[in-house]
Ligand binder design. Structure first.
Ligand code: AMP
Length: 178
């Protein structure tokens, strides 16, 4: 399946979770076996070309694609979690959202010093989530040189922000506007 075929499987839901947001819903993409498999193969090819030795994915939709990419490549998966989920001492970081704030946490012991991690998530918008994950993983000793997303919303600038902190960014498809 081509990126255009995969894009046609993404459902756009207007005004969710709030007025003015076009929600790009991957539920319809992953419920297609060929669509999910092709998406994972494309992301895995991008991570492999970037020399990834491990994959990190952000809870929750980054787990769907990130874990599948790691299994496809036969390398480890590192979950970047929402707060309060891990049963051990975590490394955590708060970050600002458009309204309010959020937090991500990792198990610092899951990072092997010098690991070359590719970040995988379903979508990059402002980049706040991916930049926070990058900073956390770098604090834990990982090298982050690459991130791969199913969907990029280029008008929101996240991919540019990631490139500005030294990360090569790949995506399968782009949606103009927000
Ligand atoms: P950001 O931190 O702004 O790059 O936002 C990325 C995260 O928010 C991703 O994990 C997405 O799952 C989610 N997200 C942001 N905007 C949208 C959107 N328009 N449609 C679907 N998910 C979104």
């Amino acid at each position: 399946m081509s990126p255009a075929d995969l894009k046609a499987l993404v459902r756009t839901v207007p005004d969710f979770p709030e007025p003015g947001i076009q929600f790009r819903d991957i539920t319809t993409l992953i419920s297609s076996g060929p669509g999910f498999a092709a998406s994972v193969r494309l992301l895995a090819g991008q991570a492999k070309a970037a020399g990834a030795s491990a994959i990190a994915g952000m809870e929750a939709r980054g787990f769907i694609f990130g874990a599948a990419v790691a299994a496809e490549l036969g390398i480890g998966f590192l979950p970047v979690r929402k707060p309060g989920k891990l049963p051990i001492a975590t490394l955590g970081m708060d970050y600002a959202l458009e309204y309010g704030s959020d937090r991500l946490e990792i198990d610092p012991g899951a990072v092997v010093e010098g690991d070359r991690i590719s970040i995988v998530d379903d979508l990059i918008a402002t980049g706040g989530t991916a930049i926070t994950a990058t900073e956390l993983l770098r604090q834990a000793g990982a090298q982050i040189a690459h991130a791969a997303f199913v969907i990029d919303l280029p008008d929101l600038g996240g991919a540019t922000r990631l490139r500005d902190i030294g990360i090569a960014v790949d995506s399968i498809m782009q949606f103009e506007g927000d």
